[in-house]
Design a protein around this ligand. Structure first.
Ligand SMILES: Cc1ncc(COP(=O)(O)O)c(C=O)c1O
Length: 408
């Protein structure tokens, strides 16, 4: 398969659907006029028959790309089961037990999982686990952070003003997210924890929505060290960076630290607050949800996804192809306003000189058949499916090179 734009956008069918959406649906964070019909491997087909090479994985939610035969098989099996959406905190199911045991096999020892509907709800429950132990003290989070848009999680999100204006907040203390070991603010967590008690420290390891910013090694080590010293739980939000995206199951593994609580979602297919069993709320019912953790199909797909990532050595593939993509892009820094390329595995940030240039390049890439998405003020996020091979990586690089060259 290869990308192929047979009906250049704006396409008739897509325009019709988008017209209806604009009329009846809140116009959220759409980047370009893509209406997805189906997909295969790393390619997405739109409803006008165009084929796009997908370097977005739906922000990491499709780590195995599209129409993976074993995932289709799971879906086919569930098409015969009428009780697929249940109240998953009220009734047990095999898929719940299966996914929990798979998650336990890829997370630190003595961790347990609580499954919910989304990444934001995973963060909500991660912070509830911490509040439940520590009391309603302020939470610490980082500049540039993104932890979701539900109101609890939104307090700790700081990536863009538009996400927060007019919404009330919980008690919060903010520290700078440091990307360089030499940053003078690298120990700013210590006085905060020493002088005021806090309920938790919440941080991403790699900021996603905030612009693909990679924490410095020392910054992460400090968060871990001072959280232990002052007995304040460290929550790491791995909703975007987890499940193999960076070439390890979890981005924190690159830093040789462990969280007390973590959040996962997207590639896992359901949300999960995952915590050390010592932090488990003592009483039953402190945490619950209704159909959260009750989507049996999503849990079965999540469990199968973990199996396939492990069996097909997709962590190694992410590290290998990721370094090819990163190196090739670093070689063309300076072209077409490209100013920086940074990454771990298949989580790569591509930074431009201006927001305007970034936005117009995203649309040009889309028109040529390559899907990337924005992150932060001026960056693009490059997060292809973990199954991507060398040829597909080269195909994407050629499109990027063409678009950057044409704007020289
Ligand atoms: C790091 C991080 N946390 C939380 C969320 C929220 O997840 P969801 O969109 O599933 O609510 C996201 C979503 O992009 C994320 O990247």
């Amino acid at each position: 398969m290869k990308h192929n734009i047979s009906t250049p956008p704006p396409c008739p069918r897509a325009s019709h659907v988008i017209g209806l959406c604009k009329k009846f649906v809140y116009d959220s964070t759409f980047t370009y006029p893509l209406v997805i019909r189906t997909g295969k491997g790393c390619y997405i087909e739109d409803i006008d028959g165009n084929i796009f090479l997908d370097f977005s994985s739906n922000i990491g939610a499709c780590p195995l790309g599209y129409s993976h035969p074993e995932i289709l098989q799971v879906l086919a099996e569930y098409s015969k089961n009428g009780a697929h959406k249940i109240a998953g905190q009220d009734f047990y199911s095999e898929e719940h037990a299966l996914l929990a045991s798979k998650v336990s096999s890829i997370t630190p020892e003595n961790f347990k999982a609580f499954f919910v509907n989304s990444g934001a709800e995973a963060v909500e429950n991660a912070i509830k686990i911490a509040y439940s132990r520590m009391g309603p003290l302020p939470g610490v989070s980082c500049t540039g952070a993104f932890h979701g848009r539900t109101l609890g999680a939104l307090t700790f999100t700081f990536s863009k003003p538009v996400q927060k204006a007019n919404f009330p907040e919980f008690a919060v203390k903010r520290i700078k997210f440091c990307t360089a070991d030499g940053d003078p603010d690298i120990e700013s967590i210590e006085p905060l924890l020493k002088e005021n008690k806090a309920a938790f420290i919440l941080s991403e390891v790699v900021q996603g929505e905030g612009g693909y910013n990679f924490a410095s090694l020392q910054f992460m080590k400090n968060l871990s060290k001072f959280s232990k010293l002052y007995g304040v739980p460290l929550i790491l939000d791995e909703v975007q960076s987890g499940m193999g995206r960076t070439g390890r199951w979890w981005a924190f593994e690159h830093y040789d630290i462990k969280p007390d609580i973590m959040s996962a979602a997207k590639a896992l297919q359901v949300g999960a607050a995952i915590y050390h069993r010592d932090l488990e709320p003592a009483r039953q019912g402190v945490l619950s949800s209704t159909w959260g953790g009750g989507s049996r199909i999503d849990m079965a797909v999540g469990a199968k996804t973990i199996d396939i990532i492990a069996r097909d050595r997709l962590l190694e593939n992410a590290a290998k192809i990721g370094s090819v993509l990163k190196k090739s892009l670093q070689d063309i820094v300076g072209k077409g306003g490209l100013v920086d390329v940074r990454g771990l595995g298949l989580m790569i940030g591509v930074e431009f000189d201006t927001k305007q240039n970034r936005d117009s390049k995203l649309v040009s890439l889309f028109k040529k058949g390559l899907l990337l998405l924005p992150a932060g003020q001026k960056a693009m996020r490059m997060i292809p499916p973990l199954i991507i091979n060398d040829e597909e990586a080269q195909e994407g690089l050629e499109i990027i090179d063409e678009v950057l060259r044409s704007s020289q």
